[in-house]
Design a binder for this molecule. Structure first.
Ligand code: RP5
Length: 162
């Protein structure tokens, strides 16, 4: 679903974040939610960040999913520059296993919210699901696909371990 006009922008601080952030893209693909994927670093490409965040709403995006690791300023800076909801994914860092990323993203000052997910793959997957749920509030077809996905997940849980 990267060909259609994107509703969700997935951004990440580095190529090295893609192994984590691909899980947000995968779930949006599964649910048929048009999205785009970009590398936008708060530290290495600050002008790209400004340009992306300031144009995001005007371009038709509805939700931004931002993943970063370490001193993870990308989600917070994005939230400061766009009125769109921003979902932050703490990428698991090498030095501190993502605790640094988590606290950098979660501990925003009051007034500039970032919806912070779990560290790593689970957080990226849930960010995709949460972005879809936000859009589904205004899209009955998508709401149906999300219900179906959740029902399949429930049906796939065995009652006993094999
Ligand atoms: C952050 O620094 C990125 O989000 C990434 O998680 C981390 C390390 O980046 P690389 O040195 O691997 O490019 O900005």
């Amino acid at each position: 679903m990267t060909g259609d006009i994107p509703l969700v922008g997935i951004i990440m601080g580095s190529q090295s974040d893609w192994d984590t952030m691909r899980h947000a893209a995968d779930i949006l693909d599964t649910l048929g939610v048009p999205h785009e994927v970009k590398i936008v670093s708060a530290h290495r490409t600050p002008q790209r960040l400004y340009d992306y965040a300031q144009a995001a709403k005007e371009r038709g995006l509805k939700v931004v999913v931002a993943g970063a690791g370490g001193a993870a300023h990308l989600p917070g800076m994005t939230a400061a520059l766009t009125p769109l909801p921003v979902l932050g994914v703490p990428v698991q860092s090498k030095a501190l296993s993502g605790q640094d990323s988590l606290l950098s993203i979660a501990q925003m000052p009051g007034g500039v919210p970032v919806g912070t997910l779990a560290i790593g793959k689970a957080g990226a997957k849930n960010a995709g699901l949460l972005a879809a749920a936000i859009l589904a509030a205004f899209d009955e077809d998508l709401a149906g696909r999300l219900d179906d996905w959740r029902a399949e997940q429930t049906a796939a849980v065995a009652e006993e371990p094999s």
